[in-house]
Design a protein around this ligand. Sequence first.
Ligand code: F6R
Length: 367
Amino acid sequence: EKGGYEHFMLKEIFEQPKSIQDTMRGRLLVDEGIIKMAGIWDHLEKFSNAGRIIIIACGTSWHAGLIGEYLIEEFARIPVEVEYASEFRYRNPIITEKDVVIAISQSGETADTMAALKLAKEKGAFIYGICNVVDSSIARITDAGSYTHAGPEIGVASTKAFTAQLTILSLIAIKLGKHNGTLSNVKFVELITELDAIPKKIEEVLESTHDKVKEISKDFINAQNFLYLGRGYNYPSALEGALKLKEISYIHAEGYPAAEMKHGPIALIDENMPIVIIAPKRGHYDKIVSNVQEIKARKGKIIAVVNKGDVQVSAIADYVIEIPDTSECFSPIVAAIPLQLLSYYIAVYRGANVDQPRNLAKSVTVE
Ligand code: F6R
């Protein structure tokens, strides 16, 4: 059942070329130049006329939501807010019939997400689900939705469901952008061509980073803390990298937007602080180079996730993990892989039960 892997988590990490492909199958039709998604197509007016889109979720799915915000705002130019379901449901939020509320949930059973959706529905919003488990409670109460086709995720730490969520959000943002006329045809073709190449790049990154990340992990089994930093699309990648490490290795970790360092967290940096920097060359590379220099000056141990052929960050970092280049908006999908492997191996070397971390449940059906 674990297909020869030691844990479900590792199996699921390695399944990602396929789970992403499965999520795009029948939807991304590159040769015809179309994205087919019935859930969006049938309710296009709801989306086009939406005053804003509110994304609600918890945990890893909330991190996917943050990336969804960047995607939808960049390509479809619709304002997006992302909220923790648990906060949204109790703060008497302002919701109108013009709002579209998207819930993201692997299990489709998360109590807070379900309650937040019910509230939004009562207030007249159009509610949309992005779930992995078919016919789950959230999938059933939503007006429409798109399933991620990641297949069953057994490991408690979400891996392939996360990248499948990012795939769906990319498809939705690009499709809406095309429909709204906020995305040029040239850019549309460029994006779908690149998205189509992602499964291949995930295969590549699994192959090229696995052994290296495993080696690096050994140096950090006694770490007490970790910082994860990224900017733009990879700021949520930093949050997700930190969450993954916390939940399975029990090492305290925090994710931050790299520029927030100087507003406080930089005080934590000394030679005992490992810092994972996600710095692909597209996006805000120059800015991140200066952040890396500031960290180095304070002797932090830098583990950098960079693109192949990177020079500037690699010259400063203590450890370098190279990933293939892609469009900035898809870089969180590729960058997720070495971050998942890093937490996996650190946890394994610490002797932790990675598939069933203490205190955690796969489906959080109580608030
Ligand atoms: C982290 C993790 C959790 C879930 C969260 C939401 O690896 O698995 O943070 O992402 O409990 O669960 P779903 O997506 O099922 O609503």
